[in-house]
Write a new protein. Structure first.
Lengths: 455, 463
């Protein structure tokens, strides 16, 4: 999979100034095909190997390279030299063999070719167009990836995995009463035959219908149901509340609240290595620590944080296998080891979406939101999220309302959750795909909703 | 380095299944990152990016294949793979020799001091001075990270039309992330100091220390900002980086991918009045000294000034090569990408509202109750857009009143731009930041003169 023989040799023969070193190689191979109008419009194939190195003498320095021709010992030495810029007086903690994952907990690769992907994409597009005469255009992309990770260090850690993941991404355009509407859907799976096309079509059609019709809206506080899609968008920022890094540096609104009740009894949030609703798995992290399944919030109580070796050591606890580099979008290659989730989600309940709306009786159903990254402040917990929704009366949808904002504080929202739906959806984080986020629809006692009054 | 003959062979193989155009994008990029948190230097990371992408077009069909093994044999295999993926039934013999014509363009952002010429002690000094400046404001800082980044990107673009061109792009940046409060309430925020140049960006200490202290002071001021009651009022957007509203409300919807995929309200409206007659919107990747500028785009097309909207009339879209084919339009020199792992796509570069004739002070004086936005944090574009009001003030009886908090402005771009009723005379540039979209993160600027929208729906919690 990833040939690290040179690095293995180099780690066993470190120069005397280098006390210890670690190499983390990640490989991502991908094949994708996009169809629209019964034709293939784009195809892609890629293979990229990234090498992350850290090496410690008196301090720790770092290197990242995609240049596979560069001799391993040179890369390690450059990382060591970069340690000269540090004045923390501390070395990075790296894993020891007894505490880390070892061997190959998963070894599989994608075996689907472009012909098979094309067949699936074309059939899927066909089904979508047939499902609703108002859908006039669909673009379907099917991709097949092999994701691999290998962690080696001078203390004997040597673990690797690889697995296939399949992804379907759909964008549609519908025309309804002379206006155009868009909807999209994404799903991943470890088995290409388990990409849930039926669910996709239902979700897309529902998403389109939720945009039709217009009526009066008055800003105010409403009983509300927030859709799973909106919950996922919120969790794209909110997961940081459970990061050991954010907790220790004091930039999370949950600082100091570990062990305390911060939400209603129906709220539980988990972070696990493998989930049936997504194809991404995390047997171990970029430090070689085994991924630990844990409940972060259990029935409203803030019980645990996600940790890497550094944060767990500072808090006197064990790592949870949440070390990672690609936390959020930034303008540079992410090389710093921080904490990231694996598959993090709000645990589903029992109610269907219709059941949530019926139990709400009258209020607003927030169906879609935008701008995951700028609308929630994790330091204060305040949020102001642009969104759209549907007005609800006697548990039934009335008409769509757009250009709204939901606002408040996240702690209040957590405490306001009255019921959790069973419609859990999970998605890989936008652009990075380094972790997955999930959520079902949730019903809130009240939510401040603003927007332009009409009607 | 590959010879012209070898490059020509790779392109020929890429075209061997009937493609009508092929391109190779070679990239080498060196980056350095120095991090400090809580006054401690946490070490330096050196980054080496190296790879190539092969792009093949056949009409409006495209194939993009990339990897980071750029040996001749690996790229021949990559080209063959691209040809195979094109799914064209036509097998054509390999073309005759491709004759390359080297194009050289003057750099729009010349560099005086390359990052590799500066030792890390100097770079650490800049980080320390920035950290000190932030802390010297006296604000209650719970957490402060200062990150230094420099980037030196070398690209070589060759294509089957015989183009052979290269570019070198150097940028320098500081990022401050802070959690600031008053002992009771805390907030988190970040900002970038960005320069499209080498280490000379830090020659004048006051430039970056003033950035750091201003950021913290403005941030600290937000702790006691008040929420506003939901209402519909005029909104004045300050000159400078508040131009992000144009980036989100109509910049993204004017990109070829959005138009061609029917994800834009501007589709099919060229020649029509789409905005207030006071609006002239321009995207120009050829401006000297700007963060979004480069002499060529990432398809080797010379960058240029593109008038998108003129006096409210829609004049054109932003096109890359493929987007232009889909819309039957020429490339506008906007084919851009974060790096070789992305196929190029039409993206904004430096997008700005042209100055008008209105008095900057009058547009606030004439507002009875309204909002004055002085800084926008970021946003999202599409059929509906949103922007974060990172710093804003209530206007009461024509005067700036209290600072407001926690606001996002959103709406339908094509509706909002019709409501522009004032455009000031003085255009103020923006330092720039990053835009994330289909071809990754690209450096952009968005700026404007002071401008007013006659009515927008705004509202926080209202407590």
């Amino acid at each position: 999979m990833i040939d690290l023989i040179d690095y293995e040799k180099a780690l066993k023969n470190l120069t005397k100034e280098i006390k210890e070193a670690e190499v983390n190689a990640e490989i991502h191979e991908k094949l994708s095909i996009r169809v629209s109008g019964g034709q293939v419009i784009s195809t892609g194939a890629s293979s990229i190997t990234e090498i992350f190195v850290r090496a410690s003498g008196e301090s720790t320095g770092y290197m990242y390279t995609q240049n596979l021709e560069e001799p391993a010992k040179d890369v390690i030495f450059r990382a060591f030299e970069n340690g000269g810029c540090s004045n923390t007086g501390k070395l990075d903690v790296i894993n020891t063999r007894d505490k880390s994952c070892s061997g190959n907990p998963a070894m599989a690769v994608n075996n689907k070719g472009v012909v098979e992907l094309k067949k699936i994409a074309e059939a899927f597009e066909n089904e979508i167009l047939k499902s609703d005469p108002e859908i006039v255009k669909a673009e379907v992309e099917i991709s097949a990836s092999t994701i691999g990770m290998h962690v080696l260090n001078s203390l004997g850690v040597n673990a690797s995995y690889s697995y296939p993941v399949y992804e379907a991404e759909v964008d549609v355009m519908a025309q309804h009463e002379g206006r155009e509407y868009n909807a999209s859907w994404i799903n991943t799976s470890s088995d290409i035959d388990k990409l849930d096309k039926g669910f996709a079509i239902d979700t897309i059609r529902e998403s389109l219908k939720n945009q039709y019709g217009k009526g009066p809206f008055k800003p105010g506080s409403y009983p509300a149901v927030i859709s799973s899609k909106v919950v996922i968008n919120m969790m794209t920022t909110l997961w940081q509340l459970f990061s050991g890094v954010k907790y220790l540096e004091g930039s999370s609104v949950l600082c100091g609240r570990l062990g305390k009740k911060i939400g209603s009894d129906v709220l539980s949030i988990s972070d696990i290595s493998k989930h049936q609703k997504t194809g991404y798995i995390y047997p171990f992290d970029c430090e070689g620590s085994r991924g630990k399944d844990q409940k972060l919030i259990s029935k409203g109580r803030f019980e645990r944080l996600m940790h890497n070796l550094k944060t767990s050591s500072e808090m006197g606890t064990g790592t949870t296998g949440n070390a990672g580099r690609r936390a959020l979008l930034s303008g540079a290659i992410s090389t710093d080891i921080t904490v990231i989730p694996k598959n993090i989600y709000i645990e589903p309940g029992e109610a269907s979406v219709d059941g949530l709306l019926k139990n709400m009786d009258e209020g607003i159903y927030i169906t879609d939101s935008y701008d995951e990254f700028h609308s929630i402040n994790i330091g204060s917990g305040d949020f102001n999220i642009p969104c759209r929704g549907v007005m609800i009366k006697k548990g039934k949808k009335q008409y769509a309302v757009a250009a709204l904002n939901i606002c408040g504080n996240i702690i209040d929202l957590f405490n306001n959750i009255e019921e959790v739906g069973k419609d859990l959806m999970m998605e890989p984080v936008i652009m990075l795909k380094s972790y997955c986020i999930g959520g079902p629809s949730i019903r809130l006692k009240s939510l401040q909703v603003n927007g332009k009054q009409k009607g | 380095m590959l010879t012209n003959g070898e490059i020509g062979n790779i392109l020929k193989y890429a075209l061997s299944s009937g493609g009508d155009f092929a391109e190779i994008f070679f990239e080498d990029r060196d980056e350095n990152n120095i991090k400090s948190s809580d006054r401690k230097m946490r070490g330096m990371t050196s980054v080496k990016i190296h790879g190539a992408g092969i792009y093949v077009l056949c009409g409006v069909k495209s194939v993009y294949v990339y990897n980071n093994n750029t040996s001749y044999s690996a790229l021949i295999d990559t080209a063959k793979q691209a040809a195979e993926l094109l799914s064209s039934l036509k097998k054509v013999p390999l073309k005759d020799e491709i004759v390359f014509s080297m194009e050289k363009y003057k750099s729009l952002n010349p560099v005086m001091l390359y990052p590799s010429e500066v030792n890390c002690i100097e770079k650490q000094r800049v980080v320390r001075e920035t950290d000190l400046a932030a802390r010297s404001t006296g604000a209650d800082i719970r957490q402060l990270n200062v990150d230094y980044f420099d980037t030196d990107q070398r690209v070589l673009i060759v294509n089957s039309e015989g183009l052979y061109t290269e570019d070198r792009r150097v940028t320098s940046r500081l990022r401050i992330q802070a959690t600031v409060g008053d002992g009771v309430r805390y907030m988190y925020d970040w900002d970038d100091y960005t320069k499209p140049m080498g280490f000379e960006a830090f020659r004048v200490k006051e430039d970056y220390t003033e950035f750091a202290s201003s950021f913290i002071k403005a941030f600290a001021g937000k702790i006691n900002a008040m929420s506003v009651v939901p209402c519909v009022v005029p909104v004045v957007f300050e000159a400078g980086s508040c131009g992000t509203i144009w980036h989100e409300s109509c910049g993204h919807p004017l990109e070829a991918s959005a138009i061609a995929s029917n994800r834009s309200e501007f589709t099919g409206l060229i020649g029509q009045q789409v905005a207030s007659p006071k609006v002239t919107l321009i995207d120009d990747g050829s401006m000297e000294g700007m963060y979004g500028s480069a002499s060529i785009d990432d398809e080797g097309h010379k960058t240029q000034k593109n008038i998108l909207i003129e006096n409210g009339i829609l004049k054109g879209y932003l096109c890359d090569r493929l987007g232009g084919r889909r819309l039957s339009m020429p490339s506008t020199g906007n084919g851009r990408r974060q790096n070789y792992t992305f196929a190029p796509s039409a993206r904004m570069s430096n997008t700005y509202l042209a100055p008008g004739n209105d008095d900057e002070d009058e547009m606030i004086r004439s507002v009875d109750q309204g909002l004055f936005v002085t800084r926008i944090g970021g946003g999202n574009g599409g059929r509906e857009f949103s922007v974060e009001v990172s710093e804003g003030y209530w206007i009461k009886n024509g005067q700036i009143d209290y600072q407001v908090k926690g606001l996002m402005l959103n709406g339908k771009g094509i509706d909002i731009i019709k409501l522009v009723d004032r455009v000031g005379r003085k255009l103020v540039p923006d330092k720039g930041g990053f835009c994330g979209s289909v071809s990754g993160l690209c450096c952009t600027t968005s700026f404007q003169p002071r401008m007013r929208i006659s009515r927008m729906s705004i509202g926080g919690e209202g407590r």
